[in-house]
Design a protein around this ligand. Structure first.
Ligand code: NDP
Ligand code: MG
Length: 385
């Protein structure tokens, strides 16, 4: 085994995955890229494999498998296909850290395999903690596995508490940009288009999280993610809208002192910190200039208009499989909105209707989550028809 840190990137062809590869390429003496995986984008996966020469690649889509295999046949790279392969490659002895940059519920199973195999987790796939936070955090504790956040807000909190692990957190504030529809009334929100929803003011991200940011579901998912990552109660987590996205989040300690982590919005920094923690490596990223941001502003989110946020708080209060149900409903709703089958406001409506229609199973096992996910997806699809 080499001295370098072996990395597996699940979802290397996505927004987080491609930025993670830039980080890895910048420190060839420190990282050893072992595994990259894609869902459907065979062309980009092939290009990445030729450039980085990982030990293994996995493509989710069976139809694309042949193409990947043909393109890489002469390389010394193992090529696999499908969900089971995804779960197995993370278990390799050469892998130290698994960056989970898949989108949605698909991240759950490989993350469980990685934790069971004792791998450090760099967690971008927030849906994993939303769906099964109770199970994941318990398992990670049992296996002595660290989960380092990649999500910028959670990385900010993590950076604020380094060196403070013995000091209890009184409260955290997760900042939200407010998305493209900040300040919109319920009436105005009824007429927004897909094109408008896909234009995030400050971040360039995958389609699903971009829509979640516009509907404030992303902040709802992040509130649940924070609960599990930092062991907090719902009333210790607050959301504050900060349109400039410079303050990435804040922690308040028991003496009333507050710490914030700041910087220009660039996901490469939290990705890198999760992969190099506890070290900070020198970067050439652009630096913040106060003169370009003479005003940093803060405001309350409008929970009457953006109803997803309250749904997430409700899920936190009720525990059990309700957050899994909410996540599944939201995945179907966003998919339908992206296909222009439902309107923007119908996303939150659908989420609420599915949550109300599905049974909440308390103290869930893994199969309870799987079942809750299936039931919620079916219910959401039925309500869309
Ligand atoms: P993208 O849609 O850009 O990328 C998703 C990646 O996952 C792609 O590599 C995709 O492959 C792969 N993938 C999707 N579905 C499956 C599946 N069923 N099986 C296997 N692979 C699959 O998403 P993002 O990079 O934006 O987001 C990834 C995660 O990180 C999400 O959970 C998101 O919430 C979180 N996150 C993202 C941020 C960002 O700035 N983008 C910020 C904070 C968190 P392919 O494209 O080849 O089909
Ligand atoms: Mg975030």
């Amino acid at each position: 085994m080499s001295d370098k840190k072996g990395i597996a990137i699940l979802g290397s062809t996505g927004s987080i995955g491609t930025q993670a590869l830039e980080v890895i390429a910048a420190y060839p003496d420190y990282f050893d890229l072992q595994v990259i995986t894609a869902g459907k984008n065979a062309d980009l996966l092939i290009e990445q494999a030729l450039k980085f020469q990982p030990n293994s690649v996995v493509i989710g889509d069976e139809i694309q498998y042949k193409k990947v295999k043909e393109a890489l046949w002469s390389e010394d790279i193992h090529i696999y296909c499908g969900e089971e392969a995804l779960c197995q490659v993370v278990e390799s002895n050469e892998v130290h850290t698994v960056l989970t940059a898949l989108v949605g519920y698909a991240g759950l199973k490989p993350t469980i395999h990685a934790i069971n195999a004792g791998k450090t987790i760099a967690l971008a796939n927030k849906e994993t903690l939303v769906v099964a936070g109770e199970l994941i955090t318990k398992l990670a504790k049992e296996k002595g596995v660290n989960i380092y956040p990649v999500d910028s807000e959670h990385s900010a909190i993590f950076q604020c508490i380094v060196g403070e692990f013995h000091n209890p957190i009184e409260k955290i504030y997760l900042t939200a940009s407010g998305g493209p529809f900040r300040g919109f009334s319920a009436e105005q929100l009824k007429n927004v288009t897909l094109e408008q929803a896909l234009k995030h003011p400050n971040w360039s991200m995958g389609a699903k999280i971009t829509i979640d940011s516009a509907s404030l579901m992303n902040k709802g998912l992040e509130v649940i993610e924070a609960k599990w990552l930092f062991g907090l109660q719902a009333d210790q987590i607050d959301v504050i809208v900060h349109p400039q996205s410079i303050v990435h989040s804040l922690v308040q300690f028991e003496d009333g002192s507050m710490k914030a982590q700041m910087g220009l919005p660039d996901m490469k920094l939290p990705i890198q910190f999760a992969l190099t923690y506890p070290n900070r490596f020198k970067t050439e990223f652009p630096r913040f200039n106060f003169m370009n941001y003479p005003q940093l502003t803060f405001e309350a989110p409008n929970r009457n208009v953006f109803k997803n946020l309250d749904l997430a708080y409700r899920a936190m209060h009720e525990n059990g499989t309700i957050a899994c149900t909410l996540n599944a409903a939201n995945e179907i709703a966003v998919e339908a909105f992206l296909k222009e089958q439902i309107s923007f406001v119908e996303i939150a409506q659908l989420n609420e209707n599915v949550v109300n229609a599905c049974l909440n199973v308390l103290n869930p096992t893994y199969s309870d989550y799987v079942n809750a996910d299936t039931v919620a997806r079916n219910k959401a699809k039925e309500l869309i028809r």
